[in-house]
Design a protein around this ligand. Structure first.
Ligand SMILES: Cc1cc2nc3c(=O)[nH]c(=O)nc-3n(C[C@H](O)[C@H](O)[C@H](O)COP(=O)(O)OP(=O)(O)OC[C@H]3O[C@@H](n4cnc5c(N)ncnc54)[C@H](O)[C@@H]3O)c2cc1C
Length: 439
């Protein structure tokens, strides 16, 4: 597609890792192709706010073409990377969204950053009944289910069935589960009460079910405790050491530590547990002999390359990085890791082209943040452990800083300011259902 003689760098995935890699190659003497199955970069840390009507889809997603509009050496292709021919140095693509079949794309350097998805621990039949908020599409499904549940409760005359509509179960108390549960509680408690006549939305039950003995296990226990109390204050019931054993359209079954199984009638279940790497990781493992762990992550060398293929790098949520002692290290599955790896990959490509040595990747941990609700968060930073309002302010500044595009930063800030003052949520729309017939 181009007559340029510049080395070709192909980046698969326009998420946090791929975006940083491509952006840091924009001034290099290379021709970059970014391939993604979507035409936008998604700011996943805020998709749960789309799911609860706090933000609109376009405020957490940004078109990849706009991002690279002023980078003449970067082109964007929409397609699904299906396979790699490492000998011929080609990425094999599949058509998406009814587009024509894309041709194989040749490279001199390949950067693969396909991310991860939620894993249902072998229960794929739960995917439909317990949607998650990993993609924009599924966040919109969650939004529809939550808002529909309140509408159904308003119409329901049977008290037992009404309670089932007003019971929301979030599975998994990592940052996403905690944030989701807190947001549903605020929706029910602060935003919706005046909107309904037959029901008191505050009587709804929000259960956060977690198999381990505390919420936010990636945080120190003291911050987990503070997060759990903040959730309880919001009206969330935190159910620890309870394992989900069954989910269907009528409810959830959970197993208590002593073996007792409890059935919870609930019409809305949201999945926020267990992550599995993109299938591209396993494919790269198969092709290069690199180790693949139980979560599907491929182990890359300390310079993020695949064994025997210095021209192929993999990064982000789909990898574990071999440490200085040779053992694989699972870095946290968070955006800063992916972004630092993306920037490193761009530097590594430039160093290789210049013939200079590439030093091993080193992650600089800048801390961990999770928000619980309006003006509540916890922050585990290298210099302090914060909770409550100071942690929430830190969370807010960090998220605004990392959002892509000035327009989105301003819009999201205005929305947060507005909902902080009014407790309102403008995005409470039930869309994507088949339209009612026109009569
Ligand atoms: C709900 C949620 C909340 C989160 N909150 C936080 C948070 O508060 N803070 C934090 O630091 N981290 C958070 N994370 C984690 C963070 O979003 C991930 O660690 C980060 O997105 C990983 O970046 P990545 O580039 O590896 O993958 P992603 O950002 O997922 O990007 C992968 C990209 O690859 C594309 N892709 C995948 N497969 C293919 C294919 N075969 N062909 C073409 N394109 C493909 C996808 O469309 C996507 O654009 C959250 C994640 C979720 C799901």
């Amino acid at each position: 597609m181009s007559d340029s003689q510049a080395p070709r760098v192909v980046v698969v995935g326009g998420g946090f890792a791929g975006l940083q890699a491509a952006m840091h190659l924009r001034d290099a003497q290379v021709e970059v192709t970014v391939i993604d199955r979507r035409n936008f970069h998604l700011f996943q840390p805020l998709t749960y706010q789309v799911a609860t009507g706090a933000l609109a889809s376009s405020e957490v997603a940004y078109p990849l073409r706009s991002i690279f509009k002023d980078c003449p050496n970067v082109r964007v292709l929409m397609g699904e990377a299906r396979d790699f021919d490492l000998e011929a140095r080609q990425v094999l693509l599949e058509s998406v969204a009814g587009l024509p079949d894309p041709p194989p794309i040749s490279y001199e350097h390949l950067i693969v950053a396909g991310g991860s998805h939620y894993s249902y621990f072998g229960h794929d039949e739960w995917t439909d009944v317990a949607p998650q908020v990993k993609s924009l599409e599924s966040a919109l499904v969650v939004r529809r289910r939550i808002l529909r549940a309140f509408e159904a409760a308003e119409l329901e005359s049977d008290e037992t069935r009404r309670q089932a509509w007003l019971t929301f179960v979030v599975v998994g108390a990592g940052p996403t589960g905690v944030e989701m549960a807190g947001q549903i509680a605020e929706l029910a408690r602060d935003t919706l009460p005046g909107d309904f006549r037959a029901i008191d939305t505050r009587s709804g039950r929000i259960l956060l079910v977690e198999a381990t003995d505390r919420v936010l296990t990636s945080f120190p226990p003291s911050l987990s405790g503070k997060a759990a109390s903040a959730l309880e204050k919001l009206g969330v019931t935190v159910c620890l050491e309870q394992m989900v054993t069954e989910i269907d359209h009528e409810g959830v079954s959970v197993k208590h530590p002593e073996g007792r199984v409890e059935r919870i009638p609930a019409r809305t279940v949201i999945w926020a547990a267990g992550v599995a790497a993109s299938s591209l990781a396993a494919r790269l493992g198969e092709l290069t002999g690199a180790e693949v762990d139980r979560a599907g992550r491929v182990t890359v060398e300390p310079d993020l390359s695949l064994p025997g293929h210095p021209e192929v790098m993999a990064l982000g949520d789909m990898v574990r990085v071999r440490g200085p002692d040779g053992s694989p290290q699972a870095l946290p599955g968070v955006a800063p890791v992916a972004m630092q790896e993306g920037r490193y990959a761009a530097r590594a490509v430039i160093s290789r082209l210049e013939g200079t040595p590439v030093s091993p990747f080193k992650y600089h941990d800048k801390g961990n943040l999770a928000t619980i609700g309006r003006a509540h968060a916890v922050a585990d930073l290298p210099w302090a452990r914060l909770s409550g309002f100071p942690a929430w302010l830190t969370w807010l500044v960090v998220h605004l800083f990392y959002l892509v595009g000035w327009q989105n930063r301003v819009l999201v800030f205005m929305r947060w300011l507005f909902s902080f003052i009014t407790r309102g949520r403008g995005g409470r729309l039930i869309t994507e259902e088949p339209a009612p017939p026109l009569r």
